[in-house]
Write a protein that binds this ligand. Structure first.
Ligand code: 1AG
Length: 134
C-alpha cells in the first residue's frame, strides 16, 4: 500500500522560501507578499493520479499528474516558466524533477508523523515547508 497524501493541509513553517523565490527570479514586491502567505494544500490521490491544489489569498496553483508519466508544467502564477516534469516514488517519498531553464529544479513530498513535508529546490536553494492537517 503506497502512502496516501490525500487531505487538506495548512502551512505551519516555511524555511528559506525567500532564497527559493530569489533563485526563481521572483521580483521584490511579489516576494514580500508571497512570504506572508499561509497557503493551504488540497491533495487528492487516486491510484497513480494526483491533484495538488495550493491555494492562498494571493494566488492559487493547481497541479494534476500521473505518477511515472512526464507532463508539461506551466508554473502559471509562480515564475511562469515551462518545465517538463516527472513525479516518481522514492520509497515513500514523491519526487518531482522539473526540467527547464533552471538547474536542479524540483520538489519532494513526504509524510512524517501526521505532518506533510515539502522540500522545494531550485539551483542551490532549498525551501522546506511543513503542513498540518486542517
Ligand atoms: C509547488 O508545490 C509550489 C506551489 O509546486 C506554490 C509554492 C510556492 C511558490 C513557488 C514559487 C514562488 C513563485 C512566485 C511567488 C508568488 C506567489 C506565491 C503563491 C503561493 C501559493 C500558490 C509542489 C507541489 C505541487 O505541492 O504543486
Amino acid at each position: 500500500m503506497p502512502v496516501d497524501f490525500s487531505g487538506t493541509w495548512n502551512l505551519v513553517s516555511n524555511d528559506n522560501f525567500e532564497g527559493y523565490m530569489v533563485a526563481l527570479g521572483i521580483d521584490f514586491a511579489t516576494r514580500k507578499i508571497a512570504k506572508m502567505l499561509k497557503p493551504q494544500k488540497v491533495i487528492k490521490q487516486d491510484g497513480d493520479m494526483l491533484s495538488i491544489h495550493t491555494t492562498s489569498t494571493f494566488r492559487d496553483y493547481m497541479l494534476q499528474f500521473k505518477i511515472g508519466e512526464e507532463f508539461e508544467e506551466d508554473n502559471k502564477g509562480l515564475d511562469n516558466r515551462k518545465c517538463k516534469s516527472l513525479v516518481t516514488w522514492d520509497n515513500d517519498k514523491l519526487v518531482c524533477v522539473q526540467i527547464g531553464e533552471k538547474k536542479n529544479r524540483g520538489w519532494t513530498h513526504w509524510l512524517e508523523g501526521d505532518d506533510l513535508h515539502l522540500e522545494l529546490r531550485c539551483e542551490n536553494q532549498v525551501c522546506k515547508q511543513v503542513f498540518k492537517r486542517a
